[in-house]
Write a protein that binds this ligand. Structure first.
Ligand code: GTP
Ligand code: MG
Length: 360
């Protein structure tokens, strides 16, 4: 799972990246304009892993991880310049979700590309930029489809017409200033558009980067779309916090009246609001958490571990974490009868302890 950190230049993207990943990438008051992204992998905190480790004594314990990629700022002028730079678009479109850092802090030493702090305006600028990119793809595809449909066989034609109708619907949605993620699409419709990697179809976490002076009264923002959430944090403080050991961090947090570092909160938010869950695997070798989207069928979840397991999938042996913890061990859970056999289409739940049976 990869989350791309986007936003206008100087909004504090690299600062937030450092806060989330305990990184030390240099930040600057003057936009770097760099195209090379910063990449880091973050372990997702999960108390269940400690319990399972006690139970199975594996050689290693591997938490789920999320990758963050910090890219160059969006300039807000893609419409004039003919689209987002290709390298930037590539990093954003291949991400599973977007984290938009919006500048809420006021600091005369840090120039704002729009010359003033205005959270609502900046959210709109970036949303428009993403929508514009999606619209360009839709328009190109519709032109192709319309040219091709006349020459197709009946079966092929039916499929293409369904795709065209869906794209026309997405186009109308975007033109009404609504992101694609706000639409409730059927599984089949989602499959139909997955390949386009639409930017506004990705789950979106807006992070308001507030100043030290706003800690006690962070600004709010109404952002009512589906698969979207709003959080606020002070990037500058959190990046400093990420560099301290636990004891020093606690003193610093007590001083500021913060109860927990933002990185845990933001990673948890990513999980809940970006539709991600963890399933768990256990054994003498490793106890491990894996990340998949909510509503993932068992056969696809198996693919998160290895494509061979997906291809040769027979069944999954599954016990809910709470049942396993209550039973105290796998053979006890089997005795009580809380271990189930599930097929390919079973929808994996957060905390499912899974053992996949497969042949290759
Ligand atoms: N006062 C204050 N300054 C901040 C905060 N967050 C970031 N800054 C400052 O803003 C400047 C830009 O921060 P960066 O994190 O480099 O911003 P960016 O969005 O990555 O910038 P580009 O990559 O150049 O687009 C730096 O001087 C930061 O120290 C904050 O919460 N408060
Ligand atoms: Mg940066």
């Amino acid at each position: 799972m990869r989350i791309a950190i986007i936003g206008l230049s100087n909004s504090g993207k690299t600062t937030v990246f450092n806060a989330l990943t305990c990184g030390t990438i240099e930040t600057a008051a003057y936009s770097s304009g760099q195209m090379e992204p910063n990449l880091a992998t973050v372990k997702v905190p999960d108390e269940r892993l400690a319990v399972l480790t006690q139970m199975f004594h594996p050689r290693r314990t591997i938490p789920a991880d999320v990758q963050y990629v910090d890219v160059a700022g969006l300039s807000g002028d893609a419409r004039q310049s003919g689209g987002l730079p290709a390298a930037l678009l590539n990093y954003i479109s291949t991400a599973d979700a977007l984290l938009h850092v919006v500048r809420a802090f006021d600091d005369p030493a840090v120039p704002h590309p729009e010359d003033s702090v205005d959270v609502r305006r900046d959210v709109n600028i970036v949303d428009l930029e993403l929508a514009f990119s999606d619209l360009a793809i839709i328009e190109r595809r519709l032109t192709r489809l319309n040219a091709e449909i006349g020459k197709m066989s009946a079966r092929e034609k039916e499929l293409r017409i369904a795709e065209r109708d869906l794209l026309v619907r997405l186009q109308a949605t975007l033109e009404a200033d609504t992101p694609i993620r706000n639409l409730e699409l059927s599984d089949e419709e989602e499959r139909m558009i997955r390949g386009y990697q639409f930017l506004t179809a990705k789950p979106m976490l807006l992070v308001l980067n507030i100043g030290e002076d706003q800690l006690n009264a962070p600004p709010t923002l109404d952002y009512p779309y589906r698969q979207s959430a709003v959080a606020s944090l002070c990037g500058k403080i959190e990046a400093e916090l990420a560099q301290l050991d636990d004891a020093d961090a606690q003193v610093f947090m007590d001083d500021l009246g913060i109860s927990a570092p933002a990185r845990d909160r933001v990673i948890q938010l990513s999980y809940e609001l970006l539709g991600l869950i963890s399933f768990l695997t256990t054994g003498p070798d490793e106890v491990r958490a894996w990340t998949v989207r909510r509503n993932t069928p068992a056969v696809e979840a198996a693919g998160a571990i290895h494509t061979d397991i997906q291809r040769g999938f027979i069944r999954a042996e599954i016990v809910a974490y709470n049942d396993l913890a209550a039973a105290g061990g796998m053979s006890e859970a089997k005795k009580i009868g809380t271990v189930r056999l599930e097929g390919k289409q079973y929808i994996v739940q957060d905390g499912d302890v899974c053992h996949f049976l497969f042949n290759v």
